[in-house]
Design a protein around this ligand. Structure first.
Ligand SMILES: Cc1ncc(COP(=O)(O)O)c(C=O)c1O
Length: 492
């Protein structure tokens, strides 16, 4: 057997004052020296006795380190011939380059020059300066300071105190059955969704629901109609699964189905927010609903209905869901608790056609098994004990007042510089800007003044037809609204 004779051992760095035990420091030093190429495969290492003498420490930690490194496969021992670096370790010391390059940059959002998947580029969102602060008009935030935190904590404690082994074990990928039953009842009554609990799948919010839909319904390269402008989160989720997105324009009545049929005749699916189009805010008209359902049935395409905030409709009762009028079971309905409860809860749900339940079950299991059981159980009680309905009622009144405040303030400070649209529902509205105004620039400038407005143009897949700003008002007090709109007027 040929082995590389013992070379000079590079200086061993040990810190006698460290809390890390000597044997651990020594084994870590060996690992780094091997992966860094300073110790080569086959090279002899000193005996435990001589290394202990050289380091001026007892032999016990050296024995411990050698034992550990042998168990991990870094060292090998030959009877009578001492110990050497395992010869099975690759001799080309490419790991050194990796560890050096790994330290070059880990700034988020910055792309690395090392090879990663081609798909990761599709996962990135355009620059999001508006996310940098929690100031007025952050889109998608409910009134968090009006959430009944005390009550919620009591329910969490109730469940945390009596966690049973069943509740701590692996659960059903479709979700906690009592929660699914409560949701089936709720969406049936409030959103005219036709389903039973067997069709409900609990997710970690709409983002994951979209991903599950994409993986279960589509193959890479399949085409999907997207409202244009539309929800960038949906662009991200569907592209990540390899879908090809077909931008379909929206007008006052919502998605233009005729244009969709022309631009994407072979599409496998349609993503749509019919009750409150994101970001422009209109509802899909009754005739477009019928056209879309007919087109989907004729072309055997799926409709992914994102019903993210339609609990809040002002001036009329909430519109019924598209799923409720679908006679061909082509609609997959997405709901979320991010707006009616709070986003960090990470709970949402899908309502899937009966014949797709086992496919969705498999998709959910493959993606991340199931959602946190504790929060599913707490959410069930929150609904069952009537707190959910009460909270939605009181938030509807609050958001109505906040919406009035935004309308008043924009009228007063911005006049016709901002054409406000999409005010009938939800927790946000859109303001169209004159064509020559750079909405991304305005958003960036506003962020520097502590105002968070999302620009409209990055919501387009194709060239932006309009420039504008999306103003979320759910989580903003009337005082902040006035101050925010005043600052926005200065930025414009
Ligand atoms: C159109 C749309 N869908 C869904 C969501 C909610 O996403 P999630 O449930 O992943 O928090 C949002 C949030 O802003 C949204 O704007």
């Amino acid at each position: 057997m040929q082995r590389i004779p013992p070379g000079f051992l590079p200086p061993v760095a040990m810190d006698p004052d460290s809390d890390v035990p000597m044997y651990q420091q020594l084994s870590e030093w060996f690992r780094l020296a091997i992966s860094g190429g300073q110790l080569r495969p086959g090279q002899r290492v000193p005996s435990t006795r001589s290394l202990a003498v050289e380091l001026g420490i007892s032999r016990i930690p050296v024995l411990g380190a050698y034992e550990q490194l042998q168990a991990e496969g870094f060292l090998e021992t030959f009877t009578g011939a001492g110990t050497c670096i395992a010869r099975s370790i690759p001799a080309d010391l490419s790991m050194q380059k990796v560890s050096n390059a790994g330290q070059l940059s880990d700034a988020p959002g910055q792309s690395t020059s090392r090879r990663v998947s081609r798909r990761v580029a599709q996962m990135r969102q355009p620059e999001q300066t508006w996310l940098g602060n929690m100031g007025a008009f952050r889109v998608g935030l409910p009134a968090l300071d009006h959430f009944p935190v005390g009550l919620w904590s009591k329910l969490v404690n109730r469940h945390a105190r009596r966690l049973s082994p069943e509740a701590m074990a692996y659960g059903d990928p479709m979700g906690h059955l009592p929660l699914r039953e409560a949701i089936a009842e709720y969406v049936g009554a409030a959103r005219a969704v036709r389903c039973d609990a067997s069709q409900i799948l609990i997710t970690t919010g709409s983002q994951q629901a979209l991903q599950i839909c994409a993986h279960v319904l589509l193959d890479p390269g399949d085409r999907v109609w997207m409202e244009d402008p539309g929800y960038p989160g949906a662009h991200q989720a569907l592209r990540t699964a390899g879908a090809e997105l077909v931008p379909v324009p929206v007008d006052r009545e919502g998605i233009d189905v005729e244009q969709g049929a022309r631009l994407g005749a072979d599409a496998r699916a349609v993503y749509i927010s019919p009750s409150h189009q994101f970001p422009l805010g209109m509802a899909l008209s009754a005739s477009r609903r019928m056209q879309l359902l007919q087109w989907a049935a004729r072309h055997e395409a799926w409709i992914i209905e994102d019903d993210y905030d339609s609990e809040y409709r002002f001036g009329s009762r909430p519109l019924s869901s598209l799923q409720g009028t679908d006679r061909d079971a082509r609609v997959i309905y997405l709901g979320t608790f991010s707006k009616v409860m709070f986003p960090s809860l990470r709970l949402g749900y899908l309502v899937v056609p009966k014949d797709l339940v086992s496919d969705f079950h498999a998709g959910r299991d493959a993606i991340d098994t199931f959602s946190s059981m504790l929060h599913q159980a707490v959410m069930t009680d929150f609904i069952r004990e009537g707190h959910f309905a009460r909270h939605i009622r009181s938030m509807r009144t609050l958001y109505m007042a906040r919406r009035e405040a935004v309308l008043e303030a924009t009228e007063r400070y911005l006049g016709d510089r901002l054409e406000v649209i999409g005010t009938e529902a939800g927790m946000q509205l859109a303001g169209l800007l004159p064509e020559d105004v750079d909405d991304v620039g305005v958003s960036r400038k506003a962020a520097r003044h502590g105002v968070s407005v999302r620009p409209l143009s990055p919501c387009y897949l194709g060239p932006a037809a309009r420039s504008g700003l999306i103003l979320g008002y759910g989580g903003v007090s009337p005082e902040q609204i006035h101050d925010g709109v005043r600052k926005l007027a200065l930025c414009l």
